[in-house]
Design a protein around this ligand. Structure first.
Ligand code: SF4
Ligand code: SF4
Length: 95
């Protein structure tokens, strides 16, 4: 498999955090900007699913590998995508 040559615009945050990616499939236009700039190839356009406007929308395929760089979030022209940061330390404290 080809290795991505893309890199985040800003350095990713510390690795002790993990990230969840939320995509509003109804708002997404399937423009592919987010996946074109994701350095980890985490997002793909669904091939067999459509939203109510009959557009293929973006889906997350490797959620655990997100680096949290937020490049996708910054670039999305329809504000359909956002990243939520989860502090692993906080999770451990709550256990
Ligand atoms: S924040 Fe977005 S662009 Fe960055 S690694 Fe995660 S899914 Fe990819
Ligand atoms: S950049 Fe936004 S509108 Fe374009 S495919 Fe990604 S989530 Fe959808």
């Amino acid at each position: 498999m080809l290795k991505s040559k893309r890199s985040p615009i800003l350095p990713p945050p510390p690795p002790e955090n993990k990230y969840e990616i939320f995509i509003d499939s109804e708002q997404c236009d399937g423009c592919e900007l987010c996946l074109s700039f994701c350095p980890k190839d985490i997002i793909e356009i669904s091939e067999d699913k459509f939203n109510s406007r009959m557009l293929h929308y973006a889906t997350v395929v490797k959620p655990d590998e997100c680096a949290g760089c937020r490049q996708c979030e910054r670039l999305c022209p329809t504000v359909s995508l956002y990243i939520v940061e989860i502090y692993i330390k906080e999770e451990k404290n709550n256990e």
